[in-house]
Design a protein around this ligand. Structure first.
Ligand SMILES: Cc1cc2nc3c(=O)[nH]c(=O)nc-3n(C[C@H](O)[C@H](O)[C@H](O)COP(=O)(O)O)c2cc1C
Length: 198
């Protein structure tokens, strides 16, 4: 919780483009604001996220990455936040490489045995095929979040159209997701409530 006693939620967008994942995070931000929750959206596409080189001798000893990029700053923000929203497209039932690069850099949390067990998470994925998206959500929830002991309390899988033709609000208008507004609102409420409950 921040100094002013407000819940703090960090949203991380794993899409390499301005698209549906980002549109959902923007909608969530409006809801969080209405509910008095502090929310920052990190667009990984605008950040310098270097790929892990696997030089574990360095990070095992120093508990930090040998590369200078923006991930250390994002990880600091993660420590200060009460919860996270990870929004990512589905690429072959996996997150895009950009988000995977971010995940790999988070291995410092694992090496340093950082306690993230109080952090609550919502995982949201979008893609053109519903089954596949659900698999992506499950993979992230089960592998990334479980490994770092973050608790996934809400998930969402939404069907998108790949070509947005400049309409970044398409996910809310494509009629492929009945009740999307309500589902997004429920994700916000569930995440907030679970943060308040220890
Ligand atoms: C390289 C690549 C692979 C993709 N693979 C899948 C897939 O396996 N299943 C699926 O449903 N959609 C797939 N898609 C479609 C994206 O998930 C979809 O365009 C989504 O809206 C992208 O998210 P964004 O709008 O937030 O960028 C793929 C798109 C790309 C570019």
């Amino acid at each position: 919780m921040s100094k002013n006693n407000k819940l703090k939620i960090l949203s991380i967008c794993g899409s390499p483009r301005k698209g549906n994942s980002e549109a959902i995070l923007n909608r969530l931000k409006q809801l969080f604001k209405k509910n008095g929750v502090e929310n920052e959206i990190i667009l990984l596409r605008e950040k310098n996220v270097q790929r892990c080189k696997g030089c574990v001798e360095y990070c095992n000893r120093n508990l930090k990455c040998c590369q200078k990029d923006d991930v250390a700053e994002i990880m600091k923000k993660m420590l200060k936040a009460d919860g996270y929203v990870f929004a990512l497209p589905n690429y072959f039932a996996m997150p895009p490489g950009l988000f995977k690069d971010f995940i790999d850099k988070c291995s410092i949390f694992y090496t340093a045995q950082t306690d993230l067990s109080s952090k609550k998470v919502a995982v949201i994925s979008v893609g053109t095929d519903l089954t596949n998206i659900k698999e992506n959500v499950r993979n992230i929830a089960e592998n990334f979040c479980r490994t770092l002991k973050m608790r996934v309390v809400a998930t969402g899988a939404f069907v998108s159209r790949s070509e947005l033709k400049g309409n970044y609000n398409d996910i809310f208008e494509n009629k492929l997701n009945p009740n999307i507004e309500k589902k997004i609102e429920n994700i916000a409420i569930t995440l907030q409530k679970s943060i308040k409950q220890p």
